[in-house]
Design a protein around this ligand. Structure first.
Ligand SMILES: Nc1nc(N)c2c(n1)CN(C(=O)COc1ccccc1N1CCC(C(=O)O)CC1)C2
Length: 170
């Protein structure tokens, strides 16, 4: 009996207009979302693109307490605390080795787009404001994804309304 495959989760924060990033940074400052991200992914492998790795402040790389897997086509790329994979399938195969129950795909846009068809769940922070940006969230087709949880909040710091939402594949 082979171990059950891990559940593949996308996790991202998106603006009302679908923006998730600008110039490899996040356009908003939402500490409540960073805490949510940390809590959701704690102890599980995280899979990210190389640009997302580069976007993390160095003191937070690798993301602590999680196996950090970085997808890059650069065969010679390496970084302290990161395991590399040449593509998403290799990254997910690497995760399988430790037979985790959950795997978290944490960005960026390219990786989300490739992972969306393979994911069973999307944990989305929906920010109720438009932002300028150059990177966009993956489309979650309502015929495929259904909302199963929603928790609305207003950010203490900047009065920014946002919701923690969970979508599951039908
Ligand atoms: N919903 C949702 N999905 C995502 N994919 C992401 C988020 N929110 C938020 N993100 C980031 O802000 C990326 O990280 C950071 C960026 C700048 C400063 C600190 C951080 N870090 C925050 C997480 C900390 C941790 O987890 O330990 C380490 C420091 C990715």
């Amino acid at each position: 009996m082979s171990a059950a495959a891990p559940r593949i989760n996308l996790i991202f924060a998106r603006a009302a207009n679908g923006v998730i990033g600008v110039n490899n940074t996040i356009p908003w400052h939402l500490p409540e979302d960073m805490a949510h991200f940390k809590q959701q992914t704690a102890g599980a492998p995280v899979v990210m693109g190389r640009k997302t790795w580069d976007s993390l402040p160095p003191r937070f790389r690798p993301l602590p307490g999680r196996r950090n897997i970085v997808v890059t086509r650069q065969a010679d790329w390496q970084a302290e605390g990161a395991q590399t994979a040449s593509g998403l399938p290799e990254a997910l195969a690497l995760c399988d080795e430790s037979a985790p129950s959950e795997v978290w795909v944490i960005g960026g846009a390219q990786i989300y787009a490739e992972a969306e068809p393979l994911a069973q769940r999307a944990v989305v922070t929906e920010i109720a404001r438009d932002y300028e940006g150059d990177a966009h969230a993956p489309e979650l087709d309502a015929a495929v994804w259904r909302e199963t949880q929603r928790e609305s909040h207003v950010s203490a710091k900047e009065g920014l309304p946002f919701s923690f939402v969970v979508y599951e594949r039908t």
